[in-house]
Design a protein around this ligand. Structure first.
Ligand code: ADP
Ligand code: MG
Length: 730
C-alpha cells in the first residue's frame, strides 16, 4: 500500500501546468455560444411562435403541441449546426447529482432512410427509467413510472465532453401522477408563491410592478487535490472526505493562503473551466484562494434563481470534468479535511422586480426606503418564525461535519444585520405611536429617514453569521458546498412568500384604523421587529457563549441531520407547503424519507470505509512496524545493551500495541452497532441510531488511534497519503 502512496506522490510531483490557450477573442464574443438562447430562438422561429414561447417562459403559459414542435425543430437544427449528435433531458433527482440519458438525433425510418429527428413531444416529455432514483416510496404507492418535463425558463445548452457534444434540456422530474421527485419542481413552485405574495406588497409602493422573482449568486468553495493522490486515498474516493489523517504541522494558522497568489497549475485549471463555463453562459467572475491550503472559491454574478441554481450545478459538473484534464480532483464535500476550513456555498439571495428594482437595496430616498424596510423586516421575521425549517433545508450527513466546526457557522440559525441596520430598526421600533400632524415630515417622524445613502459598505461584515445582510442582499452561509441550492432556496422563497401574505393582511387590518398607508405599514413593521428580535445576533457565532445565549433565547440548535429533518414534516411545514401549493403531505413525507435514507447510507458507507482502512491498511502496517521495533529491542537486549533508548522503544511498542487493540476493538463493536441499526425499520429511528450508536460512538475514537499511529509508524511504511501531501503537493 505504501508503494501506492509513494508512486502517487512521484506522479503528483512530476506534473506541470497544462497549457491553456486563451481564446483570441474577448469573453463577450464567445459567452453563451453553447446556449440555445432567446436570440437563437428568435432567429429560428416565426415571430408568432417566438412570442408564444416567450409567454410560456415569462408568464408560465402552457405550450401548445405545435409550438413545441417548432421549438424542438429549431433547437435540433441549432444543436446539429453546433456539432451536437445527441440530446438529453437534464434533471436533478434527489441523489444530489444531475441525471441524463442520451439519445441520438439520428433515426432510421422504416424505409431504411436515416434522418435527424427531434419532435416536440420528445422535447416536452420523456420517460427515463426512473426506478433507480430515490422516491421515498412515492412511485411504489402511486405509479411505478416517472417522467421528465421541459422547463422552458432555463435555456437548453450543449455539453461538450471529450469531443462529443450533447444538447441538454433542463427538465423537472416527477412521478407519473405528478409528485415531485426532484429539486427543481418545488423550487419553481416556491417562485410562483413568492411572486404571488410579493407583487401585492410592491403595489403598496409602486403600481407598476407586475412580477417579483428571487435572485441568487452562489459562491462556490472547493478543494483541489492531485488526481493520483486522490486515488491513493480510498476514503476520499468512496466518501469524498478523509476519515483519517493527522493535522499537518502547518495548517491554516498562518492564513498565508487566503487571497495569496494562485499556483500556476491551479490557475491553468481555473482559466480552463471558466472558459467552458462562459461558453455555457455561466457568468463566473471572481476567483481566489480560500482560507485553507488547497482551498479556492469561484463566484458568479447573480441571476434569476432558477437559472442560478441550474448554473451552479452545471458549473460543478464542468469543474469536475475540466479537472480531469488537469490531473486534479475537485472536492465539494463540506468537510474533506478535519481541523481545516470546511466547504460552503454562500447563497446570496435577494428579490427583484420586472421594473428593475432590487427589493433589498436601500436608497437615499425615504419613500423608497419604506419599501426596502418592508422587505427587509419581513425576511427577518420569516427567518425568525421558520428557523428550524431553514435549518432542515441545509441538513445533510456531510454538512453535519462542517456546521459548528472550525470556521463554519453553527447549526443555530441567527441573522446578522450590521450596526447601521440595527440602529435603523431600533429607531423604527422606539418611535412608536407617533402622531402625524399636517405638514409634519412624515418620514422623519416615522423614523425611516435614517438610512445613510451609501449604506453598509460591507466593512463591518460579520463572517461568522449563518445568515447575514450584506448591503443589498442576504447571504445564507450555512448551505453546504456539495448541496443543490434548491433545497435551501425553496424554503427561503416559501417562508418569505408566506410572511409577505401575512404582512399584506396585517396592513389591511391596520388600514381599518388609519387612512395613512405609511403609518399602517410602519405599525406592522414595528410589531414584527419586536416579535423577531430574538433571531438577531451581531456577535461571534463560533463562540460557546453564543450557544448558551441562543439556548436562553429559545433558538433551535439541531446539531445533527436526523432530528433537524423533523421540521420538514411537522404540522406547520405541511400546512405551509399545502397553502402555497408546493407539495402535498404525501410528497413531503416521501422527501423526508429520502433525506433520511441518504443520511443512513452516507454514514453506513463511511463506517465501512473506516473499518476497512483501519483493519486492512492501518493495523497491518502498525504490526509490521511494531515487529521491527521488537526485533530491534531483542537485538539490543542480546548484546546486553540497556539504555534510555531501549526503554523508549519498549514504551513505543506498548503504545502501538495499545492503539492497535483500541482500533480492533472499536471496529468490531462498530460493526455490531451497524448490524443492530440495520434491523431497525423506522427510517428516523434508524438514522438517529446510525448517528448516535455508529458515528458518534466510534468515528472519533477510531480516528484518534489511527492518527496517533500515523505519528509513530515509520513514514516509509505509512499507507495513506498524508495531509501535508494532499494539501501542499501540487
Ligand atoms: P464575498 O465578499 O461574500 O465573498 P462575492 O463578491 O464573492 O462576496 O460574492 C457576492 C455574490 O453576491 C456574487 O455572486 C454577487 O453576484 C451576489 N449578489 C450581488 N447582488 C445580488 C443580488 N441582488 N441578489 C443575489 N445575489 C447578489
Ligand atoms: Mg460570501
Amino acid at each position: 500500500m505504501s508503494t501506492l502512496r509513494f508512486k502517487a506522490l512521484e506522479q503528483a510531483q512530476s506534473r506541470t501546468p497544462l497549457n491553456v490557450t486563451l481564446p483570441s477573442v474577448r469573453v463577450s464574443d464567445f459567452y453563451g455560444v453553447n446556449v440555445f438562447s432567446s436570440e437563437a430562438m428568435r432567429s429560428l422561429l416565426s415571430p408568432s411562435m417566438f412570442k408564444k414561447v416567450e409567454q410560456a417562459i415569462h408568464q408560465g403559459a402552457t405550450i401548445e403541441p405545435e409550438v413545441a414542435d417548432a421549438v424542438a425543430s429549431a433547437m435540433k437544427n441549432w444543436a446539429i449546426l453546433q456539432g451536437a449528435t445527441h440530446y438529453t433531458h437534464w434533471f436533478q433527482p434527489l441523489t444530489g447529482t444531475t441525471a441524463e440519458k442520451h439519445d441520438a438525433f439520428f433515426d432510421v425510418e422504416h424505409t431504411g432512410e436515416v434522418i435527424e429527428k427531434f419532435k416536440g413531444s420528445a422535447l416536452i416529455r420523456q420517460e427515463p427509467d426512473a426506478s433507480s432514483f430515490p422516491s421515498g416510496g412515492l412511485r411504489a404507492t402511486f405509479e411505478a413510472r416517472g417522467y421528465t418535463a421541459w422547463d422552458p425558463s432555463s435555456p437548453a445548452f450543449i455539453m461538450e465532453i471529450e469531443g462529443s457534444k450533447t444538447l441538454c434540456i433542463p427538465t423537472v422530474f416527477v412521478s407519473y401522477t405528478g409528485e415531485a421527485l426532484d429539486y427543481k419542481t418545488p423550487l419553481l413552485k416556491s417562485l410562483e408563491a413568492l411572486d404571488k405574495a410579493a407583487v401585492p406588497v410592491c403595489e403598496l409602493f409602486d403600481k407598476d410592478v407586475k412580477k417579483v422573482f428571487a435572485t441568487l449568486g452562489p459562491e462556490q468553495e472547493y478543494f483541489l487535490v492531485d488526481r493520483a493522490l486522490f486515488y491513493a486515498r480510498p476514503d476520499l474516493l468512496m466518501t469524498g472526505r478523509t476519515v483519517f489523517g493527522h493535522a499537518p504541522a502547518k495548517g491554516q494558522q498562518l492564513e498565508d493562503h487566503y487571497f495569496g497568489s494562485i499556483p500556476a497549475r491551479i490557475r491553468a485549471f481555473m482559466v480552463d473551466f471558466e472558459i467552458e463555463a462562459n461558453k455555457l453562459g455561466i457568468p463566473v467572475r471572481t476567483r481566489h484562494n480560500e482560507v485553507a491550503p488547497a482551498q479556492f472559491e469561484c463566484a458568479p454574478t447573480f441571476e434569476e434563481i432558477n437559472l442560478a441554481v441550474d448554473h451552479n450545478i452545471l458549473l460543478m459538473d464542468v469543474m469536475e470534468k475540466v479537472a480531469e484534464k488537469h490531473n486534479l480532483k475537485v472536492l465539494f464535500h463540506e468537510k474533506p479535511f478535519a481541523g481545516l476550513n470546511g466547504t460552503g456555498k454562500h447563497n446570496n439571495w435577494s428579490m427583484g422586480t420586472d421594473t428593475g428594482k432590487n427589493l433589498l437595496s436601500p436608497s437615499s430616498k425615504p419613500r423608497e426606503n419604506l419599501q426596502f424596510l418592508t422587505f427587509f423586516v419581513n425576511v427577518v421575521k420569516a427567518v425568525h418564525d421558520n428557523a428550524a425549517l431553514l435549518r432542515a433545508s441545509i441538513a445533510s450527513a456531510s454538512n453535519d461535519y462542517r456546521l459548528g466546526a472550525n470556521e463554519a457557522p453553527p447549526a443555530i440559525i441567527s441573522v446578522f444585520i450590521g450596526s447601521e441596520m440595527t440602529s435603523v430598526l431600533k429607531e423604527l421600533e422606539e418611535n412608536a405611536n407617533v402622531k402625524i400632524e399636517k405638514g409634519d415630515n412624515l418620514y422623519m417622524k416615522l423614523g425611516i429617514n435614517k438610512i445613510p445613502p451609501i449604506l453598509l459598505d460591507n466593512t463591518d461584515r460579520n463572517r461568522t453569521s449563518p445568515f447575514a445582510f450584506t448591503g443589498n442582499k442576504f447571504e445564507f452561509r450555512a448551505v453546504g458546498g456539495s448541496a443543490n441550492c434548491s433545497s435551501a432556496m425553496t424554503v427561503l422563497n416559501l417562508i418569505v412568500a408566506d410572511q409577505l401574505l401575512k404582512f399584506k393582511q396585517d396592513v389591511d387590518e391596520q388600514l381599518k384604523n388609519t387612512d395613512k398607508k405609511e403609518v399602517a405599514i410602519v405599525n406592522v413593521l414595528r410589531n414584527y421587529i419586536k416579535q423577531s428580535k430574538n433571531i438577531l445576533f451581531e456577535g461571534d457565532n463560533y463562540s460557546e457563549e453564543w450557544e448558551k445565549e441562543a439556548e436562553k433565547r429559545g433558538l433551535p440548535n439541531f446539531k445533527s441531520t436526523p432530528k433537524a429533518l423533523d421540521a420538514y414534516v411537522n404540522k406547520t411545514t405541511l400546512a405551509l407547503y399545502e397553502n402555497h401549493n408546493i407539495m402535498s403531505p404525501a410528497e413531503a413525507h416521501a422527501r423526508h424519507e429520502v433525506y433520511l435514507e441518504n443520511y443512513i447510507r452516507k454514514v453506513q458507507i463511511e463506517s465501512r470505509v473506516m473499518g476497512d482502512l483501519a483493519l486492512n491498511h492501518i493495523v497491518p502496517t502498525a504490526v509490521v512496524y511494531q515487529n521491527k521495533l521488537i526485533t530491534n529491542l531483542k537485538g539490543l537486549k542480546d548484546l546486553g545493551i540497556e539504555t534510555e533508548s531501549t526503554k523508549t522503544i519498549t514504551e513505543l511498542i506498548k503504545e502501538i500495541s495499545h492503539h492497535i487493540s483500541e482500533i480492533q476493538k472499536s471496529v468490531n463493536e462498530m460493526v455490531e452497532a451497524r448490524k443492530a441499526a440495520n434491523n431497525i425499520t423506522d427510517s428516523r429511528e434508524k438514522a438517529i441510531t446510525y448517528q448516535e450508536k455508529v458515528k458518534e460512538a466510534y468515528f472519533e475514537r477510531i480516528r484518534y488511534s489511527v492518527d496517533k499511529l500515523e505519528l509513530m509508524v515509520d513514514d516509509n511504511d505509512w499507507p495513506l497519503v498524508k495531509y501535508r501531501e494532499l494539501l501542499f503537493v501540487r
